[in-house]
Write a protein that binds this ligand. Structure first.
Ligand code: HXC
Length: 518
């Protein structure tokens, strides 16, 4: 090649090198010193080797920034493009804190919008890696407009393609709302932080003193607020979670989730399931023992583990096919449904329904949690979401009643009447308007009051009620339960139920959209 022919390539090389340097060695070193990778390092790790194709590497901000003589913004602080995860196409964007603090200006936002549009048009999941000081202050309303355009696309993409966010640095102010509009948020402990107003603003407005980590770190957003779904100790561990999660999700709403291979026999009989239920009906046990015994070995992937622990939600596989599992957890608050558990349940069921994931519901709940804080907090409004989500969902729904299924919570936990396709029950199931003790107190009040031994009479009457009225055979006799099964045979029965429903198609009345109680 002559010198003349070489010039354009040299020019490209110089430009590319400059872009690849992003914020420069000093800022990259600072990022590393904080235990954080740069955007490109993160994408390198996340995507299959050599599959990343960058879009818009040469984009930079327009003009100079207010208050800054010279503003250099390689890639305008966000690396965008597409690549593959286990050979499946994904669109990605990764904000780079080394360039203007990963702040979002007009062009930075336009790059994110571009991959959002392409992901929607091609029906591919989108993964956003967030590490940003928020709206680029010097770009004013252009930055705000950029966020608005992103929020709009997040909303349009909702239920069309899986949207996954990883919070790997600051995410402050309105910037948290793009993540909040996505399906799943993963946070890196000690570096990922989400809040609407930071510690300084809180101090000046309310006088409260709180550190950034306490306020918006992974623990706060997982355990207290339920905003985030998963947490990891490092960038690498968080990105590993994303790769695993994607293995459970389809590319888009028209497709089925990927079918895995499983050498776990579908007819596996589990003797542990005959022993898990305590003899004493009010004794707790860990419902996760049942979940893990029934699903393909090692396939349970719990979501929102730290939030509303009285309800368990997660993805798993039966015979390689993905299912969503919802289960009351008798170990926490006796498995009652409260406001947080209702929100957690409803959002998970809608997520499964959006992405063709059958829902398996394991029921053992004495009911909605009583109390003024629940009533004033709107348990009616939040509890209604559970009914709405189950009744609205058209994916296959299999319910297994393990023990208590009382009152409104019996209905709410995907009863036949709100839309379960098949309902199974263990012989220990108790289905009634209320628990046997409460029921005995009301319907046998005279017998109890007139008895020389009221406590003993109450106990006897409650037991009588449990045997005669709350037994699963009463519900089964009326067809509300399709089969009473041997607990040891739960996996084979569940597998057959799911296979029998695999081709389920169901329509709902036409409408603009429903009005989910919020
Ligand atoms: C422009 C920003 C920036 C921003 C950080 N930088 N945030 N530049 N706009 N929003 C720049 C800094 O000036 C600095 O540049 C570099 O990025 C690194 O930032 P540091 O402050 O040195 O980093 P650190 O000490 O780690 O602190 C990180 C931080 C802090 C906590 C995120 O930068 C911060 O508080 N930033 C402002 C956060 C904020 O209030 N954003 C607006 C939120 S409101 P130099 O050149 O010095 O290295 C919002 C509205 C959205 O987002 C509305 C949507 C509806």
């Amino acid at each position: 090649m002559s010198d003349h022919q070489n010039a354009p390539l040299e020019h490209l090389k110089a430009r590319t090198e400059h872009i690849l340097q992003m914020g420069g060695p000093a800022r990259v070193a600072r990022q590393h010193a904080q235990g954080k990778w740069t955007a490109r390092e993160r994408l390198d790790y996340l995507l299959d080797d050599g599959t990343f194709e960058e879009i818009g590497a040469h984009v930079r901000l327009r003009g100079t920034l207010f208050g800054m003589d010279r503003a250099d913004s390689p890639a305008d602080g966000v690396v965008t493009g597409h690549g593959r995860i286990r050979d499946r196409l994904v669109y990605v964007f990764a904000q780079d804190f080394t360039v203007l603090g990963g702040s979002l200006g007009e062009m930075h936002a336009a790059k994110i919008q571009r991959v959002q549009d392409l992901a929607m048009k091609t029906g591919a999941p989108i993964i956003g890696l967030n590490d940003s000081g928020g709206a680029r202050i010097q770009e004013g309303v252009d930055a705000l407009n950029g966020y608005g355009e992103i929020f709009k696309r997040n909303t349009w993409a909702s239920g069309v393609i899986p949207q996954i966010t990883v919070i790997m640095g600051p995410s402050a102010g309105g910037a948290v709302y793009s993540p909040a509009l996505t399906d799943i948020i993963v946070m890196v402990r000690h570096s990922g932080r989400m809040f609407i107003t930071g510690p300084q603003v809180i101090k000046s407005v309310t006088g409260e003193t709180v550190s950034a980590e306490e306020l918006g770190g992974a623990d706060a957003q997982i355990r207290k607020s339920g905003v985030a779904h998963l947490a990891a100790d490092s960038d690498a561990a968080a990105l590993d979670l994303v790769r695993t999660l994607l293995g459970y999700l389809p590319n888009n709403w028209r497709e089925e989730p990927p079918v895995g291979t499983s050498d776990d026999p579908l007819d596996r009989v589990e003797t542990v399931l005959a022993e898990v239920m305590p003899v004493e009906p009010s004794r707790p046990y860990d419902v996760k023992t049942i979940i893990t015994a029934v699903l393909d070995r090692g396939s349970f992937f719990e979501l929102q583990e730290g939030f509303a622990k009285n309800l368990v939600t997660g993805l798993g596989r039966v015979g390689g096919h993905v299912v969503g599992v919802v289960a009351n957890q008798p170990r926490v608050l006796a498995g009652t449904l409260d406001i947080n558990a209702s929100d957690k349940l409803a959002r998970f069921v809608r997520f499964c329904d959006a992405f063709n994931i059958p829902v398996v519901t394991l029921v053992d709940t004495p009911g909605y949690l009583p109390g003024t804080s629940q009533e004033y907090g709107g348990i009616i409004r939040h509890g209604a979401k559970v009914l709405y989500a189950y009744a609205e969902a058209t994916v296959p729904k299999v319910t297994l009643i393990l023990r208590k299924a009382y009152g409104g919570a019996y209905l709410a936990m995907c009863s036949r009447s709100v839309g379960a396709d098949l309902v199974l029950a263990w012989p220990t199931a108790e289905i009634a308007v209320m628990g046997p003790d409460g029921a005995a107190n009301i319907i046998f009040r005279d017998d109890i009051e007139q008895s020389p031994e009221p406590a003993e009479t109450r106990r006897q009457k409650a037991e009588e009620y449990r045997q005669e009225f709350a037994s699963p055979y009463v519900a089964a006799a009326r067809g509300y339960i399709d089969a009473v099964i041997d607990p040891r045979q739960t996996r084979p029965h569940l597998a057959r139920a799911l296979m029998a429903l695999a081709n389920k198609r169901e329509a709902r009345p036409g409408k603009r959209h429903g009005n989910l109680p919020l």
